[in-house]
Structure formats: C-alpha cells, structure tokens
Design a protein around this ligand. Sequence first.
Ligand code: NAP
Ligand code: MG
Length: 484
Amino acid sequence: MSTPTPTNVFEYAPAPESRAIVDIKPSYGLFINGEFVDGNGTSFKTVNPATEEVLAEVAEANDADVDEAVKAARRAYTRVWSRMSGAERAKYLYRIARIIQERGRELAVLESIDNGKPIKESRDVDVPIVAAHFFYYAGWADKLKYSGYGETPLGVAGQVIPWNFPLLMLAWKIAPALACGNTVVLKPAETTPLTALLFAEICQQADLPPGVVNIVTGAGETGRAIVSHPDVDKVAFTGSTEVGKAIARAVAGSDKKVTLELGGKAANIVFDDAPLDQAVEGIVNGIFFNQGHVCCAGSRLLVQESVADEVLERLKRRMSTLRMGDPLDKNTDVGAINSGEQLKRIRELSEVGDAEGAERWEVACDLPTKGFWFPPTLFTGVSQAHRIAREEIFGPVLSVLTFRTPSEAVEKANNTPFGLSAGVWTDKGSRILSMANRLRAGVVWANTFNKFDPTSPFGGYKESGYGREGGRHGLEAYLKGADQ
Ligand code: NAP
Ligand code: MG
C-alpha cells in the first residue's frame, strides 16, 4: 500500500490566522528600568523562519547595557520589590496573568511569526500555560512561609532562555522569581526576542514598578555578560548542555545560586499491551510537537519487538496525515524549523544516521520554497551506539529501537547522558509504577506525553541539568532556604 501524502488525504482551504492583530515595530530597544532604551546602538535582525522575512531590528546589549539593567534590578529589589508584602506582589502577578489572557491572541500570533511554531500550539498550549504559570505563582507570593524553602528572596536573578518556547520559558523563569521577591534581568534567544519585548510592554501596562523586570536582547555574549555579572545573585539558564556546562564553570567559586535546564533524549517506551492507536498519537505528539524543538521530546522510540511492525505501520500512516506549512494556518500540525542554523544541525545529524546504517523514512510532502523546513522523519535499524540515538537532534526526527523485556527497556532508556523525561505506554498500572521507579528521568509520563502544568515540577538528572521549575519545588531556586 502506498503511503498517502498530506495533500491527498484531506484537502483544506488555507485558514490562516490574521496577523493584523500584532503590531511589529521596525526596531526595538532594550527594556531597562521600565522603559525602552537604545543601549549602545548595535542591533541584530529577527526573522520569520517560515518566510525568511526580516521582522525587526533588535538592540544588542553589551556589557555596559547589561550593567545598567542589573543596576536597575538591584535598585528595584532594594527599594521596592523585596520590601513589598507578598500579597502586594501577588496583585501585580495576577494583573500580568490577566493581561496575558486578554492579549493571548496577539501573543500567540507573534510567537508563531517569530518562532515558526503552529498557531494551534502557541494559541492552545504555550500562551494558556504562560498565563497559568503567572496565576499559579501569584498564589504562592503571600504563602511562602508554607513553601518549605523560607521566605527570603535571593536578590537579582539573571535569566537566559532558549528559542523553542520563548514566552513559556520566560514565564517559567519570571513568575517564580517575582513571586519570591526577586527582580530579574532576562535575555531571550537571539532568534525569538519579540514576545519577550511584548511581555515588557505588558509589564508597563500592569504598572509593574520600574526595574523589577528588565529584558535585554542579544546573542550569546549578552547571556555571558548577565551570568558573569558580579551583582547577579542567581543564575537561571535553559538551553544546551554545552552552554550550561560553560555557565557552571563561569559561576563556580562565586556564591551565585544556579539552576540549569538542559538537553534531553527521552525514551518513549511502548509495551505490547499498550492501546496502540493512543500510543501512536503519543509518539507523534512526543516528537513532532513544536517541530521536535523540545528538550523533553520523545526522540527515542523504544517499542516492544512483538508489536514493532504494527506500531511502525500505524505510525507511518499517522505521520502521513500531518500537515506541514504556514505556522499561522490553523490546520498546520508541523511548522518551520526555527533557524537556518538549526536546520543545518538537524540535516547534519540525520546524515550521520544514514552513514551509520540506520534506515530513513520521511513523510512525502512538498516543502515551501522559502523558509526553513524539515519533514517529519523516522529512522529504523537504530542501535544504541548510533549518534542519532545518543545526541539531541532537536528537530522532527525519531530514532526507533526495539526491546524484548521490561528490563531491557529500562537499560536502553537509561543508557544516555541525559535524564529529563520518559514515556511509558502500557495497560498495566503496576508496570507503570515499576518503570517510573527505574527510569532515571525527571518526568515520567504514563500513557500520555508532553503534558505540562504549572503545579508540577520539571527538571532533569545527569546532563539534563539540575534544579526544578514549576510547582512548589520551583520556589526553591529563588529563596534562600528554610534556615536562613
Ligand atoms: P543555547 O545555544 O544553549 O542557547 C540558550 C540561550 O543561551 C540563548 O539565549 C543563547 O543566546 C544563550 N547563550 C549562548 N551562549 C551563551 C553563553 N556562553 N553564556 C550565556 N548565554 C549564552 O541553546 P538553544 O540552542 O537556544 O536551545 C536549545 C537547547 O535548549 C536544547 O539543548 C534543549 O534541550 C534545551 N532546552 C532545555 C529545556 C529544559 O527545561 N531542560 C527547555 C527548553 C530547551 P543565543 O540565542 O544568541 O544563542
Ligand atoms: Mg525569529
């Protein structure tokens, strides 16, 4: 049976979300002390990865600009924010959360334009969880004495985030920091600065005291200036393991508190008693959600040998119905790769997979001629030693391995330098519990995947980093501890 291509499965008329709701300015300054300022005058461009259209010119902060931002954060911390009661801080966080909801469509459209992710994800996943995060931590602000981590903030938090969930990563960083009474200097990723800058406007709209949140845009150098600034008390980083290690080295010997949320190579484990159609949905969600640009993506499928052929057949059929294209189209399932650089990395590592002898299968579809695209792809015949089974591809590429027994599944799942997440698909509750106990992963999902909630802590083992974000545990990173 030939596999149908997306275009001949369902014919949809294009249904793009209007971009008229967003007002993208030709240029953006740095958000320091409650105002947009020019900084040192250098800038970079951010593009729409689906079209390569230049969206805006964005200020690039140097050491002196970062120093201004840290000074503003320190002043706001000492004079205003750390003196305010938790109940008062909560009012600001609730206000921000409500404005995020009110401006949700604008945020979602802007996120999809700058990042390339499908509007149905930015609209239905990213933005609602962002608002929920602010609501959730607003609720903690006046209850810190019950946190178990004390009530004393650390001071100024320097926060550096990646491009895969620009607004969501911002929320994960800023909401708990502010709830605990810290002030922040945050750098969004170079390729996705626009929603962070819109968030800065939201801070103005919420009358947040100047300096409590500072957004400094720039590249790796700007990030380095933030994390190495002597007056930063806390470093929170989400990004690659390589940069995370460099940051850990840079702050070693200082008394900065550090949390690192790094890469992953999650195993999504399917047992022969699993409901297979649901498992296939979970595999698809696990690796093709957000084009696979997900630290906890289920990028290694471990499928029990007895059902491997059937799962693969169903999976290929399902993958063939994925619609790829305009991120703003409401029918789009898979959007654009975030940058030319990331596309190059995905291509290179996939070619390594070919060279190592794995067999590539990809969805047959017409890719747009402009922009950065990579079709949903899977590799079979993958062994544990293959680089595509060991390294993070951070794209829509699934490596398929098989196993016979639960112990073999655990052994293979844990055979990775990472330990961020895992998925288990089985009909047996007892097996879920025993697998969850044996898997070395910060999060184990059972019969589901990529489920996020602000009440639930998230974070890794081993090279996936340390510290937790979300839930009560997420407060620990921003408080001095119970006995201080
Ligand atoms: P990245 O290259 O490490 O960049 C992350 C951020 O750090 C960006 O803002 C980047 O600036 C900045 N940066 C680069 N070099 C720096 C330096 N020397 N000092 C300080 N900051 C520096 O990672 P990415 O490629 O953007 O993101 C993908 C990675 O993030 C993946 O490995 C993924 O697994 C991980 N991730 C982890 C989690 C988690 O919760 N564990 C969540 C999401 C993503 P530029 O934008 O200019 O490069
Ligand atoms: Mg961009």
